[in-house]
Structures are given as structure tokens and as C-alpha cells.
Design a protein around this ligand. Structure first.
Ligand SMILES: *Cc1c(COP(=O)(O)O)cnc(C)c1O
Length: 394
């Protein structure tokens, strides 16, 4: 294995794996095994007691999964990582681990629909309070943080309106008060944004999206400090049990190798789509962090390498106009999820964010004619031609 720390594009291929310890296998082997054999009774006892390193049972750890975790820790500049069976398994393991009854979570204004659902569930069942915050000034943040605030939870770019939260601003205030900052980095991937390098404490991914990159796995990841992740591994991961399957971890290791190449293309295609839609007479608002008119453009330049592969926009007209438009698309598929080779489009108000009550949705600027597009890897000319022909028909 290489000795010195290499560049990101090299680490996605090599970090956390040494073929010499695996019979020279170029590619990390798939340990598709639920359990591991002990040499004798005492070895089993010592492994359970934590006195001897080694595998026990795949809910507690698996060699293929471990390679993925070690690689992700390097890519996100964290000490350690844990893999989960879905992004939501990762989000819930972290939030349940950080809070107890009576605590408060301060959350960015706008969050993934199921994360919103989880906050509501934790409130109803365990009396954990939550508030949404724009997080755009230190003064406001200081007022919104309560004595019982147990964590600050950020999504940036925010799904689906692509607003950004300034890490520097939040971290400064949170650090003074000793509150951990958790970031859902799904929309950027570590290739575009590394929150831990900006002082955030925990990073979460729905690995289903850009990390996988091929639309064939549902998985999640958490990256952070060794001590915190040890606690998660021994409690909310082990006892709630939302672990990843070894095969899915193997597919993620395979997908990760091309992350930089894919992201460059996703970003280029998104930029072309933005330029095309920005001046189109049938488009009203456009939400894309690479737009110099975007309110958070300066934050994008400060903390992201590129503006990402997502573009949201409102069609002039009603919910029905937006629905007619996507029904006319031929190449672009109507589907939730993102970060796949196929360009996907969805209607947040009736799909990913339908669980959020209409008044909350409005506060998040999720209008009924808003659409969210995930730029795929196709030739951008074909994507634009498809958008054009569907826009002509409405
Ligand atoms: C998809 C998504 C999730 C949930 O991840 P799953 O893998 O679907 O469980 C969480 N946050 C964001 C921003 C997402 O896009």
C-alpha cells in the first residue's frame, strides 16, 4: 500500500485497502458471510470482550464493509466511518445517539423529507424538540440555540431549493457552546465539499446517491471522530441494526473509484442545463448554486469545489403545468433519487417532500410548480433537446 497521503482522485481508488493482506486480490474481496469462525472458545470470549481484534458477526463488523469505511474516512478527512443499510439508517443512528428526552435539535431551514419525518417522530415519542433556522447570521443563531440544544443539523445545499449554509459561521457559534455540528453531505459528495475540514463534527451521506453513482444500491455512511463512532457502533448501529450488506459495500467501493470523473460530468451537465433554463421564457425561478445571481453564490465559492449536479426550477404556471411538462419528457425519467447516470426529474411537493405540511413547505420555498432535476451523465445536447421539446408542448 502506498505510504504518503495521496490526492483525492488517487484515494478514491486506493485508500483503506492493501491487496497484500488479501491474497494479492487487486479488487477488495467480497466477504459475503454473516458470521466468523473462532479458533476456540477462549478466542470467542476474547473477541466479545474486545480484548482481541477480529470479526464476530456481520452486524458488528465485516471486512468488506471495513474497507469502505476506511476509504470514506480518508475522503471526508474524518478519523473513522461507519456504513449503514440506508441514508436514513445513518441519520437516525446519529440523531438518536446524540439526543435524549428533553433535548433540542436546531435544523437548517429545509431538510430531506424523511429526516423531517424522523424529527417529528422523535418529538412525538421522546419529546425531543426541533426548530428550523436559516443559519445566516451569528446573532440569529445565538438566539435560536437553547440551553438544551444537543446538536445542530445542516443540509447544504438544501434539498430541493439549493440554498447553502455557511459552515464557518455555524461552526464558530457551535464551537463556543460545545454543540456538535452534523452535516448531510449527500448533495455534494466529498469531491465537492468536505465539512470536517471546515470544523464540522459529523458527516452523513445517503450513499445511494453520488457515492454509489449507479442507481443500484440503497446505503448510508457516517464519518466523524473515532470516539463518537465507537459509541454509535456499539449502540444505535448494533442494537437498532440498520447495517449495510457486504455486497452493497462492495458495489459502493466499485462506484467510488469513478466519483471524481462522474462528478465533473454531473457538474458540467448541470451547468449547461442551468444556462439553458435560466433564460427560457417558460421558466420562472431557477435554483442553482453556480448562478452568480444565487443568494448564496459567495458561500458556494468559499466552501464548494463546484456547484454540483442538481438544478431546481419553477415552471410558469401551476402544479398541473409542471406535471404536464415532466410527462412530455422522453429521455429524462420521472423518478426520485439523484446522482445516477440517468437524468432524473421529480416534483418535490407531491413526492420527496409530500410528508411536510403545506405551510411548512411554503416556508421552505417548495412551491407546487417546483421541479428538481438531477443531471445525469448523458450527452448534454440530448438532455437539452429533451427539455426543449417538452417545454414546447406546454
Ligand atoms: C436520499 C437522501 C437521504 C436518505 O437516504 P436513503 O439512502 O434514501 O435512506 C437523506 N438525505 C438526503 C439529502 C437525501 O437526498
Amino acid at each position: 500500500m502506498k505510504q504518503k497521503k495521496a490526492r483525492f482522485d488517487t484515494e478514491v481508488i486506493h485508500a483503506g485497502y492493501d491487496g497484500k493482506s488479501h491474497l494479492g486480490s487487486l479488487v477488495p474481496p467480497l466477504y459475503q458471510s454473516s458470521t466468523f469462525i473462532f479458533d476456540n472458545a477462549v478466542q470467542g470470549e476474547r473477541r466479545f470482550a474486545g480484548e482481541e481484534a477480529g470479526y464476530i458477526y456481520s452486524r458488528l463488523g465485516n471486512p468488506t464493509v471495513k474497507i469502505l469505511e476506511d476509504r470514506m474516512a480518508v475522503l471526508e478527512h474524518g478519523e473513522a466511518a461507519l456504513a449503514f443499510g440506508s441514508g436514513m439508517a445513518a441519520v437516525s443512528a446519529v440523531l438518536v445517539s446524540l439526543t435524549k428526552t428533553g433535548d433540542h435539535i436546531l435544523c437548517s431551514q429545509g431538510v430531506y423529507g424523511c429526516t423531517f419525518g424522523l424529527l417529528k417522530l422523535m418529538n412525538e415519542k421522546y419529546k425531543i424538540e426541533y426548530n428550523f433556522s436559516k443559519m445566516n447570521s451569528v446573532e440569529a443563531l445565538e438566539k435560536e440555540i437553547k440551553p438544551n440544544t444537543a446538536c445542530i443539523y445542516i443540509e447544504t445545499p438544501i434539498n430541493p431549493t439549493m440554498k447553502l449554509v455557511d459552515f464557518e459561521l455555524v461552526v464558530k457559534t457551535a464551537k463556543e457552546k460545545g454543540i456538535p455540528v452534523v452535516v448531510d453531505n449527500t448533495f455534494s459528495s466529498p469531491y465537492l465539499q468536505r465539512p470536517i475540514a471546515h470544523g464540522c463534527d459529523v458527516v452523513i451521506h445517503s450513499a445511494t446517491k453520488y457515492i454509489c453513482g449507479h442507481g443500484d444500491v440503497v446505503a448510508g455512511l457516517v464519518i466523524g471522530k473515532q470516539e463518537f463512532l465507537k459509541k454509535v457502533a456499539k449502540t444505535t448501529q448494533k442494537d437498532i441494526g440498520g447495517v449495510i450488506s457486504p455486497f452493497d459495500a462492495w458495489l459502493l467501493l466499485r462506484g467510488l473509484k469513478t466519483l471524481p470523473i462522474r462528478m465533473d460530468r454531473h457538474c458540467e451537465n448541470a451547468s449547461r442545463i442551468f444556462q439553458f433554463l435560466k433564460t427560457h421564457p417558460k421558466i420562472d425561478k431557477i435554483y442553482y448554486p453556480g448562478d452568480p445571481d444565487h443568494e448564496d453564490y459567495e458561500i458556494m465559492k468559499k466552501q464548494m469545489e463546484q456547484p454540483g449536479g442538481m438544478v431546481s426550477f419553477t415552471i410558469k404556471g401551476t402544479k398541473e403545468t409542471a406535471q404536464q411538462f415532466i410527462n412530455h419528457l422522453q429521455l429524462i425519467h420521472i423518478a426520485v433519487s439523484l446522482g445516477d447516470p440517468e437524468t432524473l426529474i421529480q416534483h418535490p411537493a407531491s413526492m420527496t417532500h409530500a410528508v411536510i405540511p403545506a405551510d411548512e413547505r411554503r416556508k421552505m420555498e417548495i412551491e407546487d410548480n417546483l421541479l428538481r432535476l438531477s443531471a445525469g451523465l448523458e450527452a448534454w445536447e440530448d438532455i437539452l433537446e429533451d427539455l426543449e421539446q417538452a417545454l414546447e408542448k406546454i
